[in-house]
Design a protein around this ligand. Structure first.
Ligand SMILES: Nc1ncnc2c1ncn2[C@@H]1O[C@H](COP(=O)(O)OP(=O)(O)OP(=O)(O)O)[C@@H](O)[C@H]1O
Length: 353
C-alpha cells in the first residue's frame, strides 16, 4: 500500500553506529478467511554492529514475528515482505529475503543465530548435550574436534563445567543450565549476531538477570551483536544499549535504553514500565495496561494505541502519528508525547527516581 510505504520511510531509526542489519518496511501477513491479519506492520530499523538492541512489547505485539523476519524464518503460511540486509564484517551485503535454501541455512547458524522462544524444550531428550553440538558441527561441515574445544570454552565463559555439560542429558540439567547450554550451542558456529526471543522467560527473575549479565560479559569476547526480544521492559533496558518498543505490530518508540527507561515518551511505553513486575517496583505500584491490544485483522484508524490512551482525542483517532524526535537518538510516534509524563506518571525510574 502506498500509504504504508510513505509512513515507514519517515524514519529508519538510524543512529551514528555502523549497521550490521538493516530492516526496511518489513511486514508479515497471514491471509485468513476472516481477512488479512497483519502481524508485523511496515517496520524499519537499523541494528548496529556490536550493540545490544532490546525489542519489547506486550504478548501478541509482533515480537516473535520481528525476530523470525530477521532470519527469513516466518512460518508458512505467513508472508514476509520488505527488505532485510545483512552486512558481514568482510564481504558484500546479503539480501536475506532472496537467498537460496542452502545459503539461508548457512546464514542462520553461521552469521545470524537465534535462540527461539520455548527452545529449552527443543533439546532432544535422547541425546546428550555433547551430541547436540556434534550434530550441529557435522551438519555444517565444521571440524568436530575444534568445535568441541570451542564449546568447552563457551561453557567455561558461561560458568558451566564443560565435562559435565557435554556428557549430560537435557533432563539432568536445571533450567538455567539448559538455557546457558542453548546459548553456547547457538554460538558454536561463530555467528556475528545472536537473536534471542524471550530466552529467559521460563526462568525466575534472579536467574534471568544472571544469564543476562553473563551474556553482557561474553558479548565483547565473541564480537557479538545482540537482539534481545522480551515482554519485560525494565529487565531488558538494564542491559541493552538501545530499545525498540513494539505496539500493535509497529515500533512506537525507539531510543537509547537509558532514555527509554528514564525519559519514556510514549504513553504505551510508560504504561508498560508500570505494568511489568520487577525487583524495583512494589506490587502496589504496578498497574496493568487497561484495554486490549488491537486485533491484527482490524487495526484501529489513526494511532493504534488511541483506544487505550489517556491522552487520545479526535486527532489520535483520525491521524496516524509520524515519528518525532525526542533527542538525537530517541524517536516516538505520538501526537502528544510532550504531555505523556503528566498523563502517565511513573512511580519509579524516570524523573521520579
Ligand atoms: N501461524 C499464525 N497464523 C496467524 N496468526 C499468527 C500466527 N502466528 C502468530 N500469529 C499472530 O501474530 C501476532 C504476533 O505474534 P507474535 O508471536 O509475534 O507475538 P509476540 O509479541 O511474540 O507474543 P508473545 O510474547 O506472546 O510470544 C499475534 O496476534 C499472533 O496471534
Amino acid at each position: 500500500m502506498a500509504s504504508d510505504a510513505a509512513k515507514s520511510t519517515e524514519s529508519t531509526h538510524r543512529t551514528s553506529g555502523e549497521p550490521i542489519i538493516t530492516v526496511r518496511n518489513a511486514s508479515v501477513r497471514f491471509d485468513m478467511d476472516k481477512g488479512t491479519s497483519k502481524v508485523l506492520n511496515d517496520v524499519s530499523i537499523d541494528i548496529n554492529r556490536g550493540e545490544t538492541l532490546g525489542v519489547v512489547g506486550e504478548s501478541g505485539s509482533g515480537k516473535s514475528m520481528f525476530a523470525d523476519a530477521l532470519l527469513d524464518a516466518v512460518v508458512d503460511p505467513g508472508i514476509l515482505t520488505g527488505e532485510i540486509t545483512y552486512y558481514p564484517e568482510d564481504g558484500e551485503p546479503i539480501d536475506v529475503l532472496n537467498l537460496r535454501p542452502w545459503e539461508l541455512r548457512e546464514l542462520r547458524w553461521e552469521k545470524i543465530s537465534m535462540v527461539f522462544q520455548g527452545a529449552m524444550s527443543a533439546f532432544n531428550p535422547t541425546m546428550s548435550i555433547g551430541e547436540h553440538f556434534e550434530e550441529t558441527l557435522n551438519a555444517h561441515g565444521w571440524d568436530e574436534d575444534e568445535g568441541i574445544e570451542r564449546a568447552r570454552q563457551l561453557f567455561v565463559d558461561l560458568h558451566l563445567d564443560p565435562d559435565r555439560m557435554l556428557s549430560s542429558f537435557p533432563h539432568e540439567l536445571s533450567g538455567g543450565q539448559k538455557q546457558r547450554a542453548l546459548i553456547a550451542l547457538s554460538l558454536i558456529l561463530e555467528p556475528e549476531v545472536l537473536v534471542m526471543d524471550e530466552p529467559t522467560a521460563a526462568l525466575d527473575l534472579l536467574m534471568q538477570r544472571s544469564i543476562l549479565n553473563l551474556l553482557y560479559d561474553i558479548k565483547d569476547k565473541y564480537d557479538l551483536t545482540l537482539v534481545f526480544i522480551s515482554h519485560d521492559l525494565p529487565i531488558v533496558s538494564g542491559f541493552a544499549d538501545r530499545m525498540a518498543v513494539l505496539y500493535a505490530f509497529e515500533f512506537v518508540e525507539v531510543g537509547e535504553a537509558t532514555e527509554i527507561l528514564g525519559n519514556a515518551a510514549h504513553p504505551y511505553t510508560r504504561a508498560l514500565l508500570k505494568s511489568t513486575p520487577n525487583l524495583e517496583i512494589s506490587l502496589d505500584e504496578m498497574r496493568p495496561i487497561e484495554g486490549e491490544s488491537p486485533d491484527p485483522v482490524s487495526h484501529p484508524a489513526g494511532c493504534s494505541y488511541h483506544p487505550r490512551c489517556p491522552l487520545s482525542d479526535r486527532r489520535c483517532r483520525d491521524e496516524d502519528p509520524r515519528y518525532q524526535p525526542v533527542t538525537d537518538d530517541h524517536e516516538v510516534r505520538c501526537h502528544y508525547w510532550e504531555e505523556a509524563d503528566e498523563a502517565v506518571p511513573l512511580a519509579f525510574g524516570g524523573e521520579d527516581r
